[in-house]
Design a protein around this ligand. Structure first.
Ligand code: GTP
Length: 597
């Protein structure tokens, strides 16, 4: 296709503002989908995504649109993941486009996530077309939202397009705005091939599918291509686009977005942001912006039933086929047996994987306390990364410890501001900025990531009754006064509950954990001390008093069958327990103990 007839764009929106609904409408109007297919929202194609309303994997759809000028345009709609954990993927998708639709809910207005994505889009020099959606709602205030877009983002919203994606109002106008306002891509057909690897995923029929944006040159079946960062060479065996159904094409020219397959076995080989060129006579310089993805949050995943270990291994392997950004290695815990230490891009990513394992693969799992990656500088001058609190070296050998910090932007209705500031303050936050925009406050805080991985989101949501939105970026490591806190049950350390905490937080955390465990662990025949300790120093202590008598004593009177039943019941209960220094800890205790304020 001629460059002047191509438009590449993405849709920026806060969760629930109507991105998928609008995308589906655009596909429907341009003829890519029937009404019935529309019902099964195509862009969000994983169950969990749909249920949680989150788009995880970017997908692209090609639309043919005959505009009012009589010409037929090729529109490539790039769907971007909607969550901060996937910020790098978003940045690569945006780098493949020249413009974006900024969808804002006419009743909700601008929210934190919208802001972060808009700023990224502006950084990529995108032409941004504001779209005010849900104008059918009685609570819609499009004029107010327009003013907010101008005030908060600094974008001219005077010719924002008014839509109701749900009822199909304003869809033609959106298409015309894309054609008239978003610039066509640039590129040179005669230069050596240079394409960006925007995304990759595993398809059971096609193998690894790669989404590309061709910058220069032409991509064709039969070419020997090279991944410049990955260093591998592959044979292209399919070239095509999605409408949203897969359609094979003879080629992808400069400025075009589409997919290729190249007999690649693992998504790991197809790194997002890599530059694809020809194996022979290719480009010499890679595209800018490539980054190696790194896990930010780690936790252990263990099967509740040790017999499920193989099943867990297989399931993790399957998930990993599609998601090279999550890492795992085998781990052996004294308490929990064999499991895996897994690394994630962020908390939400962790939750998604955990939920898929539980739901799609029907696994009962114990998740240990999530931990961030600390950098240790040892007294001998060497440095090391700590991914698992259980691997903490002897503290006397540690000179300094550094922890990752983030810059968080929270956007909230005024009335919840006080409690949110307190929450951030309690989590060692440093306030950078506080501004008011139309009855809402925007607060910017620097926070240590380890204070956020516990239950920050949950707290924020409950404090604000769901109205506050949260967004963050990493800002690097800072030295902290960090200590390792162990929990001892009947004088045995419970490795799954060990955590690295800031010294100032150790006392309240330790006390809270002990109190929780006291309620969660059932009484035994003997007294059970529960302690929180830093090194040899106990900082909190609770005691579970001993049970007076054998449970079966109650049934004296000789009813043997009743006694037997009771014993069986106890045995049944045991299965879901973990033995620790002769103490049985119910599985729920691990999870519940970690969900604390
Ligand atoms: P994510 O995929 O989670 O990012 O959300 P999204 O932005 O794609 O939102 P989605 O399209 O799933 O829409 C969220 C909800 O808003 C759904 O219940 C839609 O039916 C509804 N919705 C979307 N557009 C409109 C609209 O124009 N009017 C009304 N009343 N509801 C709409």
């Amino acid at each position: 296709t001629e460059l002047s007839l191509i438009r590449n764009f993405s849709i920026i929106a806060h969760i629930d503002h109507g991105k998928s609904t609008l995308a589906d409408r655009l596909i429907q109007v341009t003829g890519g989908m029937t009404e019935r297919e529309l019902k099964e929202q195509v862009l969000d194609n994983m169950d969990i995504e749909r249920e949680r309303g989150i788009t995880i994997k970017a997908q692209t759809v090609r639309l043919d649109y005959t505009a009012s000028d009589g010409k037929t345009y090729e529109l490539n709609l790039m769907d971007t993941p909607g969550h901060v954990d996937f910020a790098y993927e978003v940045s690569r998708s945006l780098a493949a486009c020249e413009g974006a639709l900024l969808v804002v809910d006419a009743a909700q207005g601008v929210e934190a996530q919208t802001l972060a994505n808009v700023y990224q889009s502006i950084e990529h020099d995108h032409e941004i077309v504001p779209v005010i959606n849900k104008i059918d709602l009685p609570a819609a205030e499009p004029e107010k939202v327009k003013a907010e877009i101008e005030e908060v983002i600094g974008l001219d919203a005077s010719d924002a397009v008014m839509t109701s994606a749900k009822s199909g109002i304003g869809i033609e106008e959106v298409l015309e705005a894309i054609v008239q306002r978003i610039p066509p891509p640039q590129g040179d057909r005669d230069k050596p091939l240079k394409a960006m690897l925007v995304d990759s995923w595993y398809d059971p029929y096609l193998g690894v599918v790669i989404l590309v944006r061709v910058m220069d040159g032409v991509m064709k079946k039969g070419q020997q291509i090279k991944f410049m960062q990955g260093g591998t060479v592959h044979l292209v065996d399919r070239v095509g686009c999605m409408r949203p159904k897969i359609e094979q094409l003879p080629e992808l020219g400069p400025g075009e977005i589409g997919f290729i397959t190249a007999q690649i076995k693992e998504v790991e080989q197809a790194k997002v942001g890599d530059t694809i060129t020809l194996a022979k006579g290719g480009a010499t310089e890679a595209l800018p912006g490539y980054k190696e993805v790194q896990s930010v949050v780690f936790c252990g995943l263990f099967p509740v039933d040790a017999a499920d270990f193989e099943k867990l291994r297989e399931s993790i392997g399957k998930l990993r086929l599609n998601d090279a950004s999550f890492t795992f290695e085998m781990e052996n815990s004294a308490a929990l047996g064999f499991g895996f230490r897994c690394g994630f891009l962020g908390l939400l990513h962790l939750e998604i994987i955990q939920e898929r394992l539980t739901r799609e693969y029907d696994l009962d799992l114990i998740t240990t306390a999530p931990s961030v990656v600390y950098r240790l500088t040892m007294t001998d001058g060497s440095t090391q990364e700590l991914h698992n609190p259980a691997d903490m070296p002897d503290p006397v050998k540690i000179d300094t410890m550094e922890e990752p910090w983030i810059k968080a932007t929270i956007y909230t209705p005024d009335e919840h501001l006080g409690s949110i500031l307190k929450l951030c303050q309690d989590r060692r936050g440093i306030q950078l900025d506080l501004t008011y925009v139309g009855g809402r406050a925007q607060v910017v805080y620097e926070l240590p990531l380890n204070e956020v991985v516990f239950d920050f989101y949950d707290r924020l949501k409950s404090i604000s009754r769901g109205y506050a939105s949260f967004d963050y970026e990493q800002i690097g490591l800072r030295e902290g006064d960090l200590v390792m806190m162990n929990i001892l049950v009947n004088n045995e350390p419970v490795d799954a509950l060990s955590m690295v905490v800031h010294r100032s937080q150790a006392d309240p955390r330790g006390r809270a954990l002990c109190e929780r465990l006291k309620d969660l662990i059932p009484r035994h025949m003997f007294k059970i001390p529960i302690q929180a300790a830093i090194g040899a120093k106990v900082i909190a202590r609770e005691t579970i008093s001993a049970m007076r008598k054998d449970v079966t004593a109650k049934c004296y009177g000789g009813d043997i069958s009743r006694k037997k039943k009771l014993l069986e019941k106890q045995k049944e209960g045991k299965k879901r327990m973990r033995e620790y220094g002769n103490v049985s800890i119910p599985q729920e205790a691990f999870i519940a103990a970690l969900r604390m304020g």
